[in-house]
Write a protein that binds this ligand. Structure first.
Ligand code: DP6
Length: 332
C-alpha cells in the first residue's frame, strides 16, 4: 500500500456500573454489563500513518517515544487492524492526551478508542460503530464504551462479536457533570489488567456479581429519567463494591490514598448540607464528583478549599469517538 493516514479523537469515560473481572482475559470479555458517561474534558487525539518505508512500528505518546509493554500493547492493536485489512505495512502512531500527563486519570479507554478509529480509518476499512467498539475492546475493555457517544452501555457476552457498547442517550440528554478531584498523581500500584485478574480471587466477587443486574437496571432507569437522587447512591454503592472486591483480592489491592477517604467523607457532609453531589471511583485514588450543571460551580468552589486536592478536571457528557481527518493517500 502507499502511505495513508488518519487522525481520531475519543473521550475517556466514567462508569456508574463498572467492569471488574473478565470471563476471558485475552479477548477482554467482561464478567458483567457496564454503563458509563463519556468525559468531555479528558480526550485523546491519535494520528496513525501507515508507511511502507518503515521497518518497525513507532509509537509516541504525549511527546515521548515508547518502548516495552506500552509499545507492545499498541503494536498488538495495530496487528489486529492489519490482519483485518490483509496488510503488513508498519505504522507511526502519535498520540496526545488533553489532560496533563501522569495525573492518574485513566487514558486507556480514550487511547484505544482513538487508536482504533485512526488505524481503521487510515487503512480505509468500513466498520460499523458496533464493530469498532468490539475492536477497541480488544485493546482495553473500557475503550469499547468510548466509541459511542454520551451515556453508554456495554454488554457482556461469551462471543467476541457479541460484546460491544451502544449509546443509551446522547450527551445533550442530561447536563450531568463529573468533576474529577485529583488527590495523587502517582502511577497506579496495580494496573487494571492485573486488577481484573485479582478480582477472581476475592471471596466477595460472587456477591458483587449477584447485585449487579438490579443495580444496572436502577442506574439505567435513573439516567433515562435524569434522576440524580437515584443515580448517585447507586453509583456510590457500586464504587465501594468494586473497591471491596479489590481490597479482598489475594493479595489485596488498595487504591485509596488518605485524600481519597477524606473526600468520600466530605462529599457526604456537603450532601447533608444540601449540595447534590455524589462520588464514584475508578481503579485509582482520584475521586469523581457527580453533580448536575447548576451545582457544578459550588462543587468546584468547595474543592478549591481542600489542600489535598491537587487540581480538578470538569467534564460534561462527551460525544462519540470520531475521525478528524479522512483517510488519505499521500504520495510516497
Ligand atoms: C475500574 O478497561 O482499564 O475503570 O481492559 O485491562 O484495559 P483493561 O482494563 P480497563 O478497566 C477499567 C476498570 C475500571 C472500571 C470501568 O471503567 O468500567
Amino acid at each position: 500500500m502507499s502511505q495513508s493516514e488518519a487522525t481520531a479523537v475519543a473521550c475517556a469515560n466514567i462508569a456508574f456500573v463498572k467492569y471488574w473481572g473478565n470471563l476471558d482475559a485475552d479477548r477482554r470479555l467482561p464478567l458483567n454489563d457496564s454503563l458509563s458517561m463519556n468525559l468531555s474534558a479528558a480526550t485523546t487525539t491519535t494520528h496513525v500513518r501507515f508507511d511502507p518505508r518503515l521497518a518497525a512500528d513507532r509509537v509516541a505518546l504525549d511527546g515521548e517515544t515508547r518502548y516495552g509493554p506500552t509499545r507492545a500493547r499498541v503494536v498488538a492493536h495495530l496487528d489486529r487492524v492489519r490482519r483485518r485489512a490483509g496488510i503488513g505495512t508498519r505504522a507511526e502512531v502519535t498520540s496526545a492526551n488533553s489532560f496533563p500527563m501522569g495525573t492518574g486519570i485513566a487514558s486507556s479507554a480514550s487511547g484505544f478508542a482513538a487508536l482504533t478509529l485512526a488505524a481503521v480509518g487510515a487503512v480505509g476499512l468500513e466498520r460499523s460503530e458496533e464493530e469498532l467498539s468490539v475492536l477497541a475492546r480488544l485493546g482495553s475493555g473500557s475503550a469499547a464504551r468510548s466509541v459511542p457517544g454520551g451515556f453508554v452501555e456495554w454488554r457482556a457476552a461469551d462471543t467476541d462479536a457479541g460484546s460491544f457498547a451502544r449509546s443509551l442517550a446522547p450527551p445533550e440528554h442530561w447536563d450531568l457533570r463529573d468533576v474529577v478531584a485529583v488527590v495523587s498523581r502517582d502511577h497506579k500500584a496495580v494496573g487494571s489488567a492485573d486488577g481484573h485478574t485479582a478480582a477472581r480471587t476475592s471471596p466477595y466477587l460472587g456477591a458483587r456479581l449477584a447485585e449487579l443486574p438490579p443495580r444496572l437496571g436502577a442506574v439505567r432507569r435513573a439516567l433515562l429519567a435524569r434522576d440524580l437522587a437515584s443515580l448517585g447512591p447507586a453509583a456510590e454503592a457500586e464504587a465501594l463494591s468494586l473497591h471491596a472486591v479489590a481490597m479482598t483480592s489475594r493479595p489485596p489491592v488498595l487504591y485509596w490514598q488518605p485524600g481519597t477517604l477524606a473526600l468520600l467523607h466530605v462529599v457526604r457532609r456537603w450532601r447533608s448540607q444540601g449540595l447534590g453531589v455524589y462520588f464514584t471511583l475508578d481503579a485509582g485514588p482520584n475521586v469523581h464528583l457527580l453533580c448536575e450543571g447548576h451545582d457544578a460551580a459550588a462543587v468546584e468552589a468547595e474543592l478549591a478549599h481542600l489542600d489535598y486536592v491537587e487540581f480538578s478536571l470538569h467534564n460534561r457528557p462527551g460525544g462519540a469517538a470520531r475521525l478528524v481527518t479522512a483517510a488519505q493517500d499521500v504520495p510516497a
